[in-house]
Design a binder for this molecule. Structure first.
Ligand SMILES: [Zn+2]
Ligand SMILES: [Zn+2]
Ligand SMILES: [Zn+2]
Length: 313
């Protein structure tokens, strides 16, 4: 009797332990996972003596990684990364430890553009760090040329740490039988490369990823129509509104969250629900999960990306 009771207790404790593990995981087989939400400079931000970053140093807020998406496919045992951020080393570890462990660190990296938050993580693939061969990096023509002809990136190409694979505007890359990716050019401060957004499609759902863009009206396409075509739209949310920005907007043009809200004001709740804000500046209070500024915006139907959120494809 005592043996049976012990067995029962052991099996119950195993069961509860098991369900706890399950809760932290997603049951989806193919999905996007958020690996970072901050603008290029990250959070805390260099040189910031304001309240926003003081809250990191007094331990009120946690560090935020720079924007990256992981694309995870548990059916085909593959994973891809969207943007190589300065936090890439830990973001790849997160992908491996919490999502999919294979013998490859990554099946490919898609780059949006040559601003520091979006490609400098490539440095970790080089001789000083990982030093492996043949990591596939998907890049647009100018981005590719920039990496090939400027050190230290050119060394990654010469040593074949990375293998550059061509992308073309509006041309679809078939990853496997279920997943495909389409880059498209968007207007942005293109000093060193063009800038793209991505459409990422699975068998059930499609996502739009536009971490950086100038004002919506400078784009030849209608963001409203583009959002309606997809299930999720991860959109540039660098600044909350004009009050947040002391610098001239011409230096750092982005659609304010407030402007995106205004643009979508006559759209259905279903459409607003597809908009998921990402790429927050350190000064943007909406970067923080518990920000009061998020509440009225969420009540309107818009959403915010948080590290660890998963979206089924
Ligand atoms: Zn950026
Ligand atoms: Zn700050
Ligand atoms: Zn940028």
């Amino acid at each position: 009797m005592r043996h049976i009771l012990t067995l029962l207790i052991i099996s119950i404790s195993f069961l509860s332990c098991d369900s706890k593990v399950e809760n932290t995981k997603t049951n989806n087989k193919q999905y996007i996972t958020i690996l970072g939400t901050a603008q290029d400079g990250g959070y805390p931000h260099i040189g910031c003596q304001k309240d926003c970053c003081a809250k990191f140093y007094n331990k009120t807020n946690k560090k935020k990684s720079v924007v990256a998406l992981g694309l995870v496919d548990k059916i085909n045992k593959q994973k891809w990364l969207f943007d190589a951020t300065p936090d890439m080393h830990t973001q790849l570890a997160t992908l491996e430890q919490h999502h999919l462990k294979t013998d490859k660190i990554i099946d490919g990296v898609f780059l949006t553009h040559a601003h520091i938050g979006h490609y400098t993580g490539l440095m970790y693939f080089g001789r000083e760090a990982l030093g492996k061969k043949d990591i596939t990096v998907f890049a647009m023509p100018k981005m590719k040329q920039y990496l090939k002809t400027n050190g230290p990136w050119s060394q990654l190409v010469d040593l074949k740490n990375i293998v550059l694979t061509d992308l073309q505007h509006d041309s679809t890359m078939i990853l496997n039988q279920q997943l495909k990716v389409t880059p498209f050019i968007v207007p942005h401060r293109d000093e060193f490369s063009e800038t793209v957004g991505y459409k990422i499609s699975g068998t059930k759902k499609t996502a739009l990823f536009i971490p950086d863009i100038d004002k919506w009206k400078t784009w030849s396409k209608s963001i409203i129509e583009e959002v309606k075509k997809v299930d999720y739209a991860f959109l540039d949310a660098t600044f909350l509104n004009q009050n947040e920005v002391k610098r001239a907007m011409s230096e750092v043009p982005h659609p304010f969250i407030q402007e995106t809200i205004d643009l979508f004001k006559n759209e259905s709740l279903e459409t607003k629900n597809k908009v998921i804000f990402i790429h927050f500046n350190h000064t943007n209070p909406a970067l923080q999960e518990n920000s009061k500024k998020r509440i009225p915006i969420e009540k309107l139907g818009f959403r915010f990306a948080n590290e660890g959120n998963n979206y089924e494809l």
